[in-house]
Design a protein around this ligand. Sequence first.
Ligand SMILES: Cc1cc2nc3c(=O)[nH]c(=O)nc-3n(C[C@H](O)[C@H](O)[C@H](O)COP(=O)(O)O)c2cc1C
Length: 184
Amino acid sequence: MKEIVIFNGSPRMDGNTATLLNIVAKGVKDNGASVKFYTLFKMKFMACQGCFYCRQHDDCIIKDELREALHKVKTAHAVVIGSPIYMMQMSGPVKNMYDRFFPLTDAQYKPRFGMKKLLTVYSQGFEDPHMFESYFDYTAAIYPSLGFEMIGNIVSTNGNDPESAERNGELKIRAYEAGKSLAR
Ligand SMILES: Cc1cc2nc3c(=O)[nH]c(=O)nc-3n(C[C@H](O)[C@H](O)[C@H](O)COP(=O)(O)O)c2cc1C
């Protein structure tokens, strides 16, 4: 069965990022694939130590919960990364996770484990969904090296209210449809 690995990088367990990721997960499961869901704020993991072990080996030397998640990503059919926008960027744990994804790329910056689909989900306080577009594009530049083929980016706005995604019917449909397409 195809497995989709989902990461929630928000500390708010019932916030907008979680709402949308849960809908993506439903779209995945309703279409015959399985979901492994990681909540970064509930996990114990270290930041990358810059040891460069992964430049010679296809794994991370740090044995913690994020390494287990990294192993899931290696074999996943698709990956979903959700983050709130903090200080105009992804949240700290999500950035630490990306750094720990360094083993996904080899010394020539080619993906070590083939290509898999990637969906990103962001939740921001600002009303304009295009506000951080250049940041999203900038971040996406690393995806091919990691083996991520981006299939979409869902942006939730007015996110200080944790219910705003729940009230946005159009966004919820997009999240469900994205989950469906990840399962394919
Ligand atoms: C420390 C911090 C920094 C933030 N910085 C920004 C920001 O730069 N731009 C923005 O639009 N919203 C910012 N916000 C608002 C969050 O992006 C917003 O509350 C988000 O939608 C929460 O997502 P969640 O409901 O999934 O937790 C910030 C919130 C916090 C706590």
